[in-house]
Structure formats: C-alpha cells, structure tokens
Design a protein around this ligand. Structure first.
Ligand SMILES: [Zn+2]
Length: 216
C-alpha cells in the first residue's frame, strides 16, 4: 500500500533537492579548474583547436580567448608586453560588452609601435604604466577574470548589477601576449580558480594600480 504522506513529502522536497544538487555540482565544477598549458617542440605540430592537448598552441590560445569571452564583470590584466592582435581584439570585445577592463603594463610599451595597449587606451580602456623612470620592470604576465574582490567593489559602486557570485579565474605564467610568446617560445600558463591564489593576485594588482596612478 502506498504511503501517501511519504509520497507527498517526496514530491514537496524534490525541487529543493534538485536545486541543491545543481548548486553542489556547480560549486564542485567551479572549484575544479586547474590547468597548465605548455608550449614546447610539439606545440605547433597540431593544427586543430578542436583537440585538448595541453601543449597544443591552437588549443591553448583558443582556451585563453574563450576565458576572456566568458568574462561577466571584470578583467584585470598585468602584461609586460602585449602585441597580440587576437587577444587585444578579445579584450576590446569584452570592453564593448561592458566588462570593466584595467590594464597595467611596462613603460617600455610607451615607445613600442606594435603594442596593442595604446589602441585599447584609445578605445577608452583604463591603462596604467609602471613609473617611467622606475628601475624595476613590470614583468608580470597575468590576467584575472571576474576577480571576486574587484567585482564586490564594482557592486558597491553600483557599476555592476547584483547577479550571481563571480566565477573568478586567474591565468598566469611566463608567456607575454605576443606572437613570439603565443606561437613559438617554450612557455607555461597556469589557469586556476583557486580562491587563495586569486586573492593574492588581486591584492598585487590593486597595489600596482595604486602605485602607478598617474602623477599630476
Ligand atoms: Zn591541437
């Protein structure tokens, strides 16, 4: 004989259980992003970005673009040299989608004709350079997508709506966003969603952003 009370209870909690299960699945999926991409002597032998080889140039570059394209709120980029047309276009498209973009780069790019930074600056993107006469090079190559702390500041200033929690992503490694870096050198790029690491990179980005504030 069917116990209707138990059946009614099961029907009542089913939607909550499905919701919670989805939440758990999403959470575990978000926390599991930890990849490292390599470029080596094998990297240019593959001619498809449909593979998922972590040393394939095409695949790696397509993944980097996808991460930029999937940004929902913010992009903070610290890039020593930035001449890649394909990545600067991805950044520009993100900016046009109303993603808040900030770029920090090395002052050597002041005089570099191939640098994409000025084009992005001309489009209205916020750019800061390491101090012109500084002795230390801004040598970082990292990018934070939807940094949790950045998004929370943007929310406080009402620049972005209160939607879902951001899925923060960090990419960092040896690779400048240049043709040489993206297509020929031996390089590494780590892509991670590890909270603790991203927090630390966000702090360092803010520190530089303040340090490199233009002087009046
Ligand atoms: Zn491939």
């Amino acid at each position: 004989m069917i116990n209707y009370k138990i059946l009614a209870c099961l029907v009542a909690i089913a939607p909550i259980s499905v919701y919670y299960l989805r939440f758990l699945l999403r959470k575990s999926k978000n926390e599991s992003l930890n990849e490292v991409y390599w470029t080596n002597h094998l990297s240019n032998k593959c001619e498809s970005d449909k593979c998922n080889l972590n040393y394939c140039t095409m695949y790696r570059n397509a993944q980097l673009k996808k991460l930029i394209e999937n940004a929902k709120y913010s992009i903070d980029l610290a890039m020593h040299i930035f001449t890649s047309l394909e990545l600067s276009d991805a950044i520009l498209q993100a900016f046009k989608r109303n993603i808040r973009v900030r770029i920090i780069c090395c002052n050597l790019q002041h005089g570099s004709t191939g640098s994409q930074v000025w084009n992005l600056y001309d489009e209205g993107i916020a750019v800061r350079f390491q101090k012109v006469n500084g002795e230390q090079l801004m040598h970082h190559k990292f990018c934070i997508i939807d940094g949790k702390n950045r998004v929370s500041v943007l929310r406080k200033t009402s620049e972005v709506g209160l939607k879902n929690e951001p899925n923060s992503i960090l990419m960092s490694g040896s690779c400048n966003w240049t043709r040489q870096g993206l297509y020929s050198n031996w390089e590494n790029i780590v892509v991670t969603s590890e909270r603790k690491l991203i927090d630390s990179f966000e702090k360092e980005f803010e520190l530089m952003w303040n340090e490199f504030r233009p002087q009046k």
